[in-house]
Design a protein around this ligand. Sequence first.
Ligand code: AMP
Ligand code: ZN
Length: 470
Amino acid sequence: MVEIKLHNTKTRKKEVFTPIDVNDVRMYVCGPTVYDRAHLGNARPVVVFDVLNRLLRHVYGEDHVTYVRNFTDVDDKIIARAEESGREIGQITSETTQWFLEDMAALGAREPDHMPRATQYIPQMVTMIEELIAGGHSYEAEGHVLFAVESYENYGALSGRTVKDMIAGSRVEVAPYKRNPMDFVLWKPSSGDQPGWESPWGYGRPGWHIECSAMSYELLGDSFDIHGGGNDLMFPHHENEIAQSCCAHPKGDFARYWMHNEMLQVEGKKMSKSLGNFFTVRDLLDGHDGQPPVPGEVIRFVFLSTHYRKPMDWTVEKAVGAVSKLEDYLRIIEQFGDLEAAKGAEPDKKLIEHLADDLNTHSALAELEKMANHAQGTELATGLVFLGFFTHDDLAKRVEKIRDGKASLLPLAEKLHALRLQAMENKDFSPVDEMKNQLTIAGVMIQMSKDHVQLAPGPNFNPLELEALK
Ligand code: AMP
Ligand code: ZN
């Protein structure tokens, strides 16, 4: 069996991954808060953990992995959005959830096995809060229930902070009802028009962190293998999840391997609305601000070219590079690949080894490049599908398109060949040059030798430009 190594934030080391149960490898990843379109940064953890999901299924078997990613559908940002827009909360969250799924599917991300929504797990959250109160880890004050950070001695261990540092270094919400300023909210009161549920502490709603503890417990148990998310979530969200889960279920380990992706930037700068470099995944897919649409597989390619633990810079230059790389690969597959054979084939061993080495997607892409350089079209097709760039069906359609393009160019190749023979006789090459020019404008690649002419559609192939030549 392939040995997987993962960098564990908990130990700050790359460790051999040993699942609790090889027949059910369990992973939880924090998902989006649904009130707006996902921005490009939100897509990074989705793509990173999608690759891990594919790798785990390859190693342990398609049916031996459980992948959970939640939707936060109760949150103050959602309430604010409903107030601003005058729309119903449920309308906003269900629309945004649907958008998220469509946008992530366009990036080739498979859906997790479970996608729990916070509002469907309120009773489980209430039970967990009751357990925390009974265990002396939480207290009720002025309609709020707070987690007492001092009741959990390992609080801060994941991110390497002490409670003292935290108080000094962060903007904590000071509230008169908190015993310690770092204590965080498990439950808070809702006014009549805010979403709320009846509870032992009155009408209210959960704080943000408790949902992940309650949903992971319900779906994966008190100990599971991998917990993931962006590194902006390490503190306070993941610290708080650990404190809640370990105190409510002291017999379990909660998550054994913690994985955090680094942040995405745009053209070297933090993505932000004020810098004007903020855009959504949908903006890219559809084309925005006068830019052409960027296909999902191109976004995926750019993402995978940077290791997940390094900051990743989205640049137009990288996107342009990825477009031509993928086009090259498709042409190599068309020319040298056997798509039927690729369907049943195992992905290249080296490619898997790179992924098993703490998801080294950068080196996995370098393996694809080697296959391309060796004209290994079938292996290349298998690798691309494995990495989620295409499904077998998409790939077949794309290759077919190139084939049709090539076929439509055959008569033109013959015509160019004839013109060339004629030109050699009468020493006038201008008709040849003219035709070559026209073909280049149409994005056709030309290969001419003494006795034959080959034409192939290039990345910017536009058959309409050929009409004049027919
Ligand atoms: P949110 O909806 O803000 O809770 O974020 C959803 C997911 O996107 C979390 O896993 C975040 O860590 C991740 N995320 C947010 N911004 C970025 C970014 N710029 N780069 C990478 N991941 C991000
Ligand atoms: Zn979470």
